[in-house]
Design a protein around this ligand. Structure first.
Ligand code: NAP
Length: 251
């Protein structure tokens, strides 16, 4: 059974792996045996230390996903690190909170470029490589706002709802190439992304009251689903959006 989830000999490219959910996913994949390429705009020293402490290799690639300019170079360097990329985790994402009456074009573009446009074109660059090898796993980090409207985050909701559709669209095309495209939809997790919500006593209490598990998610809560979607255990899973939300969507 453990072989189903074994990632030894695999290499994963994880975006935004310096902190939060991306860091937890990178460390979980390394625990399962994968070497890690961490790509993002902030150095990922802590993640690299944790990956290396597990006996795995780690490379950091500096890149700002607010534009598509660095994507091909990231893909090429990631592939060159170990001679191939088996797993791509599109985790890097940004959020801008404002009343919809006040959202600017700059807010809109920053969110859509990072959360959607760069995800598509990095996936395309890696899928060309994976298709040539006949195998690959692409894991998008979606959101509850892939299903729901949210409050004061219209660009974020648009990006994550589109990411859900894109996950299904790419799965339809790329399953036949040996590539699994799926998404994790995290609920409310304790990371930088939700600092403002957790510091707002009213919003925080309202959110907590709706979570059947009775607590915010901790980044490590994504370890199991990430390893599952990266491993042979999910070979027949395509185009799925998997909520990990303490039961939020069941309410
Ligand atoms: P986080 O701590 O803010 O991490 C976001 C990551 O994305 C960081 O590594 C950040 O880099 C990176 N990033 C943002 N903009 C970037 C850009 N332009 N170029 C390169 N990297 C960029 O939040 P998180 O919660 O771990 O978020 C990870 C993913 O989970 C995001 O896609 C988010 O939308 C999603 N998510 C989070 C929650 C939650 O409750 N926390 C729920 C649902 C979905 P820096 O550190 O340099 O900013």
């Amino acid at each position: 059974m453990s072989d189903l989830f074994n990632l030894h000999g695999r290499t994963a490219l994880v975006t935004g792996a310096n902190t939060g959910l991306g860091q937890a996913i990178a460390v979980a994949l390394a625990e399962a045996g994968a070497d890690i390429v961490a790509a993002g705009r902030s150095a990922a020293d802590d993640t690299a230390d944790r990956v290396r402490a597990l006996g795995r290799r780690c490379l950091f690639l500096q890149a700002d996903f607010g534009s598509t300019a660095p994507l091909q170079a990231v893909a090429d360097a990631a592939i060159a690190f170990n001679g191939g990329i088996d797993i791509l985790v599109n985790n890097a994402g940004t959020i801008r909170r404002a009343d919809s009456l006040d959202v600017t074009e700059e807010d809109w573009d920053a969110v859509l470029n990072t959360n959607l446009r760069s995800v598509f074109f990095l996936s395309q660059a890696l899928a060309r490589h994976m298709a040539a090898r006949g195998a690959g796993k692409i894991i998008n980090v979606a959101s509850l706002l892939s299903f729901q409207g949210g409050v004061r985050v219209p660009a974020y909701t648009a990006s994550k709802s589109a990411l859900a559709g894109m996950t299904r669209a790419l799965a339809n095309e790329w399953a036949a190439l040996g590539i699994n495209v799926n998404a994790i939809a995290p609920g409310y997790f304790e990371t930088n992304n939700t600092t403002a919500l957790r510091e707002d006593a009213g919003r925080s209490a309202a959110i907590l009251a709706r979570i059947p598990a009775g607590r915010w998610g901790r980044p490590d809560d994504l370890a199991g689903i990430a390893v599952f979607l990266a491993s042979r255990a999910s070979d027949y899973v395509h185009g799925a959006l998997m909520p990990v939300d303490g039961g939020w969507l069941a309410r």
